[in-house]
Design a protein around this ligand. Sequence first.
Ligand SMILES: [Cu+2]
Length: 159
Amino acid sequence: MALHRLYLVVFALISTMIPVMTLAKEFVVGGGNGWTTNFDYQAWAQGKDFQVGDKLVFNYPVGAHTVLKVNRTEFQNCIKPPACEALTSGSDEIVLKTAGRKWYICGVGTHCAFTGQKLSITVQNQSSSVSPAMAIKDTVNYQLFFGVMVAVITLALAF
Ligand SMILES: [Cu+2]
């Protein structure tokens, strides 16, 4: 019976973890263009539903750009905070932890000032209202979730 208890624990873990993992969205900033110069990041951000818990991913060749989280004034005037605060990995992930306006700029040269490499977004608290696209996505996720459940139960029965 100890084995069955183990399956129950595994099952409980999976059922609690999967909905949490699938609810958070990942946004690749700039899509296929990544984080670069001469790209309209305001247009990219428009209509996107950024929520607390979602993740931004900034992709760029290492050394070509950086990511700096700044405040509104720094954003408007392209004022760079100390370079030590910059993200430089080339695949920087930022989890949106709080709601409100967020500002990001590139710290390299005049990328922010002259080539528009700056992004500002508004992060919402997770809402219960779901857009149709989201609802479909969630349905798919729950199908996956039940698929995993069935697999686990099948495994449990097999032993
Ligand atoms: Cu740059």
